[in-house]
Ligand binder design. Structure first.
Ligand SMILES: [Zn+2]
Length: 172
């Protein structure tokens, strides 16, 4: 028998027909620092085109056949209530909430700066792990003049660019 409803998260985990208790623990297990995977949503077999997705930043997003609306600053307990309402009464049961248009995602300047810092650290760690450039094997890129790293025909900067598809962000 297939499930009447299920919850999933950004890590690919799914629980069929969870109790409210299980919903609570599923939400509580999300990593609040993991904005990429820190989300969980519920779907029902009656209407898979309706999802209620909560993110660790507190937004609950209703995707109702492609029309996206959200509630900001939703507690996990309120998520469980609305999930249960959707399971019991279908989309009509959740439409009464004061939804706002759009998914509500706003990145503050601080979050953007934080992301950029994180990216720079990742880039530097990747670059540092590439190891030394060989003095006897020139980088294959024209007019580069640097040496190729071990296991590559490219220098560190050109290897970085070929892996990540964007210019190497540092000056060394
Ligand atoms: Zn090079």
């Amino acid at each position: 028998m297939s499930a009447r409803f299920w919850i999933s998260n950004g890590l690919g985990e799914t629980v069929d027909e969870p109790s409210p208790e299980r919903m609570r623990s599923f939400l509580a297990a999300l990593d609040p620092r993991d904005e990429e995977h820190g989300a969980a949503w519920l779907q029902t077999a009656d209407d898979e085109e309706v999802t209620l997705e909560w993110s660790v930043d507190g937004r609950l997003v209703l995707d109702d056949h492609g029309r996206v609306r959200h509630l900001p600053a939703v507690s996990q307990e309120r998520v469980v209530e609305l999930w249960c309402a959707l399971v019991r009464g279908g989309r009509a049961a959740v439409l009464a909430a004061p939804w706002r248009e759009g998914n509500g995602f706003v990145q503050t300047a601080e979050q953007r700066a934080e992301m950029e810092r994180w990216q720079r650290d990742e880039d530097r760690a990747f670059y540092d792990a590439l190891g030394a450039e060989r003095s006897d094997v020139p980088c294959r890129r024209e007019r580069c003049g640097r040496g190729a790293i071990a296991h590559s025909v490219l220098c560190r900067a050109h290897h970085f660019e070929s892996v990540w598809g964007r210019p190497y962000p540092f000056s060394y």
